[in-house]
Design a protein around this ligand. Structure first.
Ligand code: ADP
Length: 352
C-alpha cells in the first residue's frame, strides 16, 4: 500500500512515501518557506499540490500531529469528529497543531476518498501514571485546563524502544528501557514493560533536558523575576526560554552541538560549560529513571546528537552504571519517525 507520510510545520512540509507493509522508501522531499515573501508556495495547499504532482498512486496518508492531549492515546483514522478534537488541542500547541491541521485539510481536498490517519507525538506518553503527570499545582487546573505533563517525541521513543527489543532479541513487554532523543529538541523517556511511565518534556516541549535553544528545567520563580527585571510580557519571556536559551544561550555561540564540540576542543570555556551542563542534566535523568524502574536493561541514544556524537554519548555513560550489578546494554538506534507513522497508519487500516 503506497503510504504517504506528511509532517506539516508552520512554513514547511516534509514528506516520505513508503510501500507498506515492507517499508521501502519510494520518494521523499521537503518544501520550505511556505507563505513567505517571494516563495512560490503561498500556502500549504499549493505546497501539497506540488508534492502530489511528483508522486502518484497514494493509497493512504499518515499525518504527524504534535498534540493529541488526553483525547488520543493511539493513532486514529481522520474524520470530522477527529478534526474537531485536533482543533481543540490547538490551544495546547499553538505553534504546531494549526500547521498539522492545515496539512490534513489540504490533503482531504487534494486526495478525496483516500484514508488519512493522525499519529500523535503525545500518544505514547498517555500511559504515564497520574503521580508522574500531575504537577504540584492546584489540582483543579488539570480538570479545568488540562494542565499536566504530556510529553513529546513519542513516535521516536516508541520506535527506538521497539527496535531495542528486536536487536536484543528479548520481549518488549519485559524490558526496562531509557530512551534518549537528543536532537535540537531533546527528551528522555522511561519505558517499563512496553509502556512510557515518565518523560522529561512536559505540558510543552520546554521542560526537561537542556536543548539547542530551550532552557529545560529551571526554577519557575525565574520566569516572573526575569519578566520584572527585563520588563517582558508573556511572549517576551517565552521567546527567551524557547529561542535564546539552552546550548545557544549558555555558550553564547551556537545551538549546534557539532560546533560546540569543535569550540570546546579549542578550549572555549563557555562551549565547555554548555556541554558539561547538557551531559550532567541527562545523567541526572538517567539516574532518576533507573531508580524508578528498579534497574535498566538498555539505554538507547537517537536523533542528531544521540546518533552521531560519540564523545557526548561516552561522557553521558562514564561512571553512570558503575553501581549496578547488571549493566544495561547501550544502543545507538537511528530514529525513523516517518516509518513509524507509516507502520501505525498501515496497521490501523489493514486491521481485519
Ligand atoms: P531536529 O531536532 O531539528 O530534528 P537533529 O536530530 O537533526 O535535530 O539534531 C540536531 C543536532 O544534532 C545538532 O546539535 C547537531 O549539531 C547534532 N548533530 C551531530 N551530528 C549530526 C549529523 N550528522 N547530522 C545532523 N545533526 C547532527
Amino acid at each position: 500500500m503506497r503510504t504517504l507520510v506528511i509532517n506539516s510545520g508552520s512554513s514547511s512540509i516534509k514528506y516520505k512515501l513508503f510501500r507498506m507493509p515492507g517499508g521501502s522508501v519510494l520518494g521523499k522531499g521537503l518544501i520550505e518557506h511556505i507563505g513567505e515573501k517571494g516563495s512560490s508556495f503561498q500556502d500549504h495547499f499549493t505546497g501539497l499540490k506540488a508534492i502530489l504532482t511528483k508522486i502518484d498512486g497514494v493509497e493512504l496518508v499518515g499525518h504527524r500531529v504534535v498534540h493529541g492531549a488526553e483525547e488520543f492515546s493511539k493513532p486514529v483514522i481522520i474524520n470530522e469528529a477527529v478534526i474537531k478534537k485536533i482543533k481543540q488541542c490547538c490551544a495546547l500547541a499553538p505553534l504546531h497543531n494549526p500547521a498539522n491541521l492545515t496539512g490534513i485539510l489540504a490533503c482531504r481536498k487534494l486526495l478525496p476518498g483516500i484514508r488519512q490517519v493522525a499519529v500523535f507525538d503525545t500518544a505514547f506518553h498517555q500511559s504515564l501514571p497520574e503521580h508522574a503527570f500531575i504537577y504540584g499545582l492546584p489540582y483543579e487546573y488539570y480538570r479545568k485546563w488540562g494542565v499536566r505533563k504530556y510529553g513529546f517525541h513519542g513516535t521516536s521513543h516508541q520506535y527506538v524502544a521497539h527496535e531495542a527489543a528486536r536487536i536484543l532479541g528479548r520481549p518488549y513487554q519485559k524490558l526496562r528501557l531509557i530512551t534518549c532523543h537528543l536532537g535540537n529538541g531533546c527528551s528522555i523517556a522511561c519505558v517499563k514493560h512496553g509502556k512510557s511511565i515518565d518523560t522529561s518534556m512536559g505540558f510543552t516541549p520546554l521542560e526537561g533536558l537542556i536543548m539547542g535553544t530551550r532552557c529545560g528545567d529551571i526554577d519557575p520563580a525565574l520566569v516572573t523575576y526575569l519578566m520584572r527585571k527585563k520588563k517582558l510580557d508573556a511572549q517576551g519571556i517565552e521567546d527567551i526560554l524557547n529561542k535564546s536559551s539552552g546550548l545557544k544561550g549558555v555558550s553564547g555561540l551556537s545551538n549546534d552541538m557539532r560546533e560546540l564540540e569543535g569550540k570546546a576542543s579549542r578550549n572555549n570555556a563557555r562551549a565547555r560549560l554548555a556541554i558539561d551542563m547538557f551531559v550532567y542534566r541527562i545523567k541526572k535523568y538517567i539516574g532518576a529513571y533507573t531508580a524508578v524502574m528498579g534497574g535498566c536493561d538498555a539505554l538507547i541514544f537517537t536523533a542528531g546528537i544521540g546518533e552521531h556524537q560519540e564523545g557526548i554519548r561516552r561522557r553521558i555513560c562514564k561512571g553512570l552504571f558503575d553501581h549496578l550489578k547488571q549493566r544495561p546494554a547501550v544502543l545507538v538506534i537511528p530514529t525513523q519517525e516517518e516509518l513509524m507513522i507509516a507502520r501505525q497508519s498501515y496497521h490501523l487500516v489493514a486491521k481485519p
